[in-house]
Design a protein around this ligand. Structure first.
Ligand code: UDP
Ligand code: MG
Length: 311
């Protein structure tokens, strides 16, 4: 029988936590009653340095319920690192990660477990429709997945961090040592048999999103620069085109001067390319800087998360 661990990263989730725990415990009890998961299956809340009452709530839940465990990170390490902390500390044959806000339908876990029993080491939860997201989020997300695909990053469309991983898959994931981790891009690289489970995504149950625009943009950039050097290549190609064009322009100017005896008429043709190229150069430096910064951060190899306490 599968020993299941459900991990829930929580950052300032006091508003939804009691309801989330209630729903997940009910589901777990049902799965156990039906003999789908073992009796030592459990729920693990990873507190990612919350500033509200999230941790005391987890302590209360753990004190009253033997199936609830808590992992307290020493500070806010970020969603992805909170997930890693959970994945790498909990026991179990299969681990399912789910957000604390119940946007992802917990009932889909039944299908995930079925796929796991059928031999899949990785089961992706994929949202069927995005009707509950704002137009902006939907539009930017679709565009982003399209861009990643074009850049050659292997990614499962409309899959967030709701997934099942087998013990074997987690052990392989451990070998990916990068500090800045983008799980959605790494998991498909693990290989193994995988399956997809569709579910409807609802609106956040309570509280507000912990991914404001700024964090979302940083996360999106992370996804691109961690998996693709296409932006660096694009710069090279652009530079090459500009060089070829300006070389042709130079030849043409010489021809005009020497053969047709026409002088250069204006300064616009000097200033415009100057500013334009200046802009392109700064942009290129920025892109290269982004990758250099990445090398810098990775070379320090600092810990990705720090566990303060486990209960
Ligand atoms: N989260 C976290 N650390 C952070 C930010 C978010 O552990 O620094 C958790 C959060 O508590 C939630 C999950 O990551 O369980 C996804 O966050 P959220 O639902 O706010 O993101 P959205 O669904 O709006 O993209
Ligand atoms: Mg959410």
């Amino acid at each position: 029988m599968t020993r299941l661990a459900i991990i829930v990263p929580c950052y300032n989730e006091e508003a939804v936590l009691p309801e989330t725990a209630r729903r997940l415990l009910a589901l777990l009890a049902d799965l156990q009653a039906q003999g789908e998961v073992s009796d030592d299956s459990a729920l693990y809340f990873v507190n990612d340095g919350s500033r509200d009452r999230t941790w005391p709530l987890i302590e209360e839940l753990a004190a009253t319920n033997p199936q609830v465990h808590g992992i307290k990170l020493s500070r806010n390490c970020g969603h992805q690192n909170a997930l890693l902390a959970g994945l790498f500390t909990v026991p179990g044959d299969a681990v399912i990660s789910i957000d604390a806000d119940l946007q992802d339908d917990p009932e889909a876990m039944r299908a995930m477990l079925a796929a796991h029993r059928g031999g899949a080491d990785v089961v992706y939860g994929v949202r069927r429709r995005r009707t509950t997201d704002t137009f902006f989020k939907r539009f930017s997300a679709e565009g982003y997945y399209w861009l990643l695909a074009r850049l050659g990053v292997e990614i499962v469309f409309n899959h967030a961090d709701y997934r099942l991983l087998s013990r074997r898959a987690i052990d392989v994931l451990r070998q990916y040592r990068e500090r800045n981790i983008f799980l959605r891009g790494i998991i498909p690289k693990l290989g193994f048999d995988s399956a997809i489970v569709h579910y409807d995504r609802s609106a956040r149950l309570a509280g507000e999103t912990k991914y404001p625009l700024k964090k979302m943009v940083a996360f999106a950039l992370e996804g691109v620069t961690s998996f693709s050097v296409a932006p660096l290549r694009a710069i090279m190609w652009f530079g090459l085109c500009v060089s070829v064009l300006s070389f042709a322009g130079g030849l043409w100017t010489l021809w005009e001067r020497l053969v047709n005896n026409v002088g250069v008429p204006g300064w616009a043709s000097t200033l415009v390319p100057m500013f334009f190229l200046g802009g392109i150069q700064l942009l290129s430096l920025g892109v290269i800087g982004e990758y250099v910064a990445k090398i810098y951060m990775e070379s320090k190899a600092r810990p990705r998360y720090i566990i303060d306490r486990e209960i």
